[in-house]
Design a protein around this ligand. Sequence first.
Ligand code: AHR
Length: 519
Amino acid sequence: MTGPLALTLALSLGASNQATPTPAPIEASLTVKAGEPSVKINKNIYGHFAEHLGRLIYEGIWVGEDSKIPNTRGIRNDVVAALKNLKVPVLRWPGGCFADEYHWKNGIGPRAERPGIYNTHWGGVVENNHFGTHEFMDLVEQIGTEAYVSGNVGSGTVQEMQEWVEYMTSPATSPMANLRRRNGREEPWKVPYFAVGNETWGCGGNMRAEYYADLFLQYGTFVKNYRGNTVQKIASGSSDENYRWTDVLMNAAAKRMQGLSLHYYTLPTGNWQKKGSATEFDEDAWHATLKRALRMDEFITKHSAVMDKYDPEKKVGLVVDEWGTWYDVEPGTNPGFLYQQSTIRDAITAALTLNIFHRHADRVTMANLAQTINVLQAVILTDKEKMILTPTYHVFEMFKVHQDARLVPTELTTPDYRRGDAAVPAVSSSASIDATGKLHISLVNLDAAKPARISVALSGHAAKTITGRVLTAPSINSHNTFEKPDVVKPASFTTFSRTPQGLSVELPARSVVVLALEP
Ligand code: AHR
């Protein structure tokens, strides 16, 4: 047997099958100039996104105070512990498309009196509003993260948005701050990031760029900084290659925004009608998915170039507040719930994307993976009281060492990994140095079948001790399930050795490695 089927079968048999010979490694080289650190990698690049969608908020986070699932004030403890361990720097809420039909006053006050509403975007279910502003802020405090709140431009008023910001952040004696106090919260919360609308070119109002630019200026004027809180205003930006949208927004309003958003999702097929399965795929689909994920680099580069025209000093951040893989939903689940499994392929796409964000750290100031729990490229899946961590979770956990570290210049020479006429670089990398002088190098081997040998030339660092962690899997579609939660998890990495120039590192096929070098 030859061809893709044979390879898929061989990969499924896994590394333990002694009969399958290991292919010769591909050879790559990497220069790491640790003595020349540049821009800081904003920790917010490791942000997450939680929308009122499917089983994310209800079950994934909120189980209610009377639930048998261990919780603190209704918020499940296992999920909070897992997110704390990730050092989630910022959490975006309540949408997404949901944000532009969310009326925040429905989600405050005694829960029994909150009105149920119809979630028109996601699954046609009743949203009982039991998880509202106070519950979200409690979650933020329990995780130890920062709030990124999305305001309603599509179906809300300027007054409604102004009052929400006042409710959350005003320390004064004022109508909304007093309402907050009557609902049990004396002190204002911090809201450092506030989005003025979401996907206003689509579900957020189907607007023209010029029209939204005016609305951004109008609504944004009333998003106030109350004493003790400074809000960064994020304008609703484009998706994919809509560079005109970025141009219009920057031209009209660059001086009034701190961030402009960008959304990009990776579909294996590129076809929204038939996106592809999360778990049943061959090496061609593996390759196509990674190739599409890598387009993030092109989009950031080109949107940044447009932003440079109006903001050469890069004061406005590019905020990639929705990104990740998007597959056909798991068979038998509500199509509106966007529930999908997550394999080692997702771990590889996450690592590739984070490496891209690092390299664009001068412009990308925040990114939010879609979405935290039970939706799209989730880091956590739950089934009632059970909880598992996905391969993507493990990448975020391994890469958290890059948060707020300074980017180190690297030069990578890698062969292509090819399928037919399509090619992607076989290896991806990035490096950073933290405040203690510790150097971290992130390496990804995209090749589904071949190991990669990388010769690293290191300068400007003592590398007194070197340790590593690796994430790989027996097959290209390996994933964790509630029955087998540890099929894909990080392990200690030892296949490296010192050389006169630095290091020789051998990555397994389809793997992510993070090396830690002590000063
Ligand atoms: O993440 C799911 C949806 O994708 C969001 O609600 C929307 O902003 C985007 O289209």
